[in-house]
Design a protein around this ligand. Structure first.
Ligand SMILES: [Mn+2]
Length: 327
């Protein structure tokens, strides 16, 4: 089937449902949330009852526009149709994984490698080449002849700018910029949106950034960098892992570095790892080797132990394999 047809089929299925539940991945970013908000707006505008269902309440960072979502309360999800957005695998659905798997009508829209494997959903649209799920949603709405409203456009801008690093990453294409241009021409205040999304920090977030910078270390002749935030540091500032989300790419900024990892405790017995890379280094391989996944230049995994020194050794060893072409 032609791409445009596949896209239209997804939208038609959503529009034909009396109610739709859009599922974010755990700890949604702005690509995920913006995509869901754009879809929800388009569906509600057409009389389809639609909710966004998250695993946990949204973090403070994500509430800058007064965003309203439903937090999963357990049990089955009573919607005519469920659609996983920016998420193509059960493990990324957290507590909602079983309710999704047991549902009779499941859709999936994603841009992660390996997203939407056999059996995950009845109808999938997964394009790993798309820089953002927001770009897929834009193309889908166009394919279904659904015009952009200012509200839809605003959410799509949040989504696309988030996953392209504000249109900096190599994944950004002329098409991406034309989408942004169309949104700007509609009168959306993109400068204000970006300020809300990227240029605001709390005091404790800035202090934690300082702590994290003090942990930066170089490995493999300066090609690999690591940084971390421990449980103690979080406690010291009364902070949580949402306060360090913006730090994931920080160690990659060092000029000699081609691959980096940012590690942070998720409670005493778990460590989340955010990998980043430059050029053609496929850091997703390191993440996959440790049970995670993601994109070529941005990937992640969760280690099921809390020993930070051991975690640092583990992730550096995996990145070294990628560096040497052994992985
Ligand atoms: Mn995304």
């Amino acid at each position: 089937m032609e791409t445009r047809e596949q896209m239209r089929e997804i939208i038609e299925n959503l529009l034909a449902s009396e109610s739709v539940g859009l599922l974010t991945h755990v700890n949604p970013d702005w690509d995920c949330l913006g995509s869901c908000l754009a879809l929800r707006t388009a569906l509600r505008d057409r009389g389809v009852s639609c909710d966004i269902i998250t695993d946990e309440p949204l973090s403070e960072n994500m509430l800058c526009f007064g965003t309203q979502v439903s937090v999963y309360g357990g049990g089955e999800l009573k919607y005519g149709c469920l659609c996983a957005v920016d998420c193509g695998e059960g493990s990324r659905l957290g507590r909602r994984a079983r309710a999704f798997a047991n549902h009779g009508k499941r859709l999936c829209i994603d841009h992660h490698h390996g997203g939407g494997p056999e059996g995950f959903a009845h109808l999938c649209y997964v394009d790993p080449d798309a820089p953002a799920t927001g770009e897929i949603i834009y193309d889908m709405l166009k394919a279904a002849d659904i015009p952009l409203t200012t509200e839809i456009a605003q959410w799509l801008y949040c989504a696309v700018s988030a996953d392209t690093g504000s249109f900096k990453y190599a994944s950004t294409t002329g098409h991406t910029l034309r989408i942004a241009a169309e949104i700007m021409d509609m009168g959306v205040n993109t400068a204000w949106l970006c300020e809300q999304l990227y240029d605001r920090k709390t005091f404790r977030q800035l202090k934690l950034q300082g702590e994290a910078i003090n942990t930066v270390e170089l490995h493999c002749g300066g090609k690999i960098a690591t940084a971390y935030v421990t449980d103690e540091m979080y406690k010291k500032y009364g902070a949580n892992n949402h306060d360090t989300e913006a730090l994931a790419s920080l160690p990659r900024e060092i000029d000699s570095v081609v691959m980096s990892a940012f590690l942070s405790h998720r409670g005493p017995d778990e460590i989340r790892v955010n990998f980043r890379s430059k050029e053609d280094y496929d850091v997703r391989r390191a993440a996959v080797a440790l049970g995670g996944g993601g994109h070529t230049r941005a990937a992640g995994c969760t280690l099921k132990f809390g020993d930070m020194d051991r975690a640092l050794r583990t992730v550096v060893a995996e990145m070294e394999k990628v560096l040497k072409g052994e992985s």
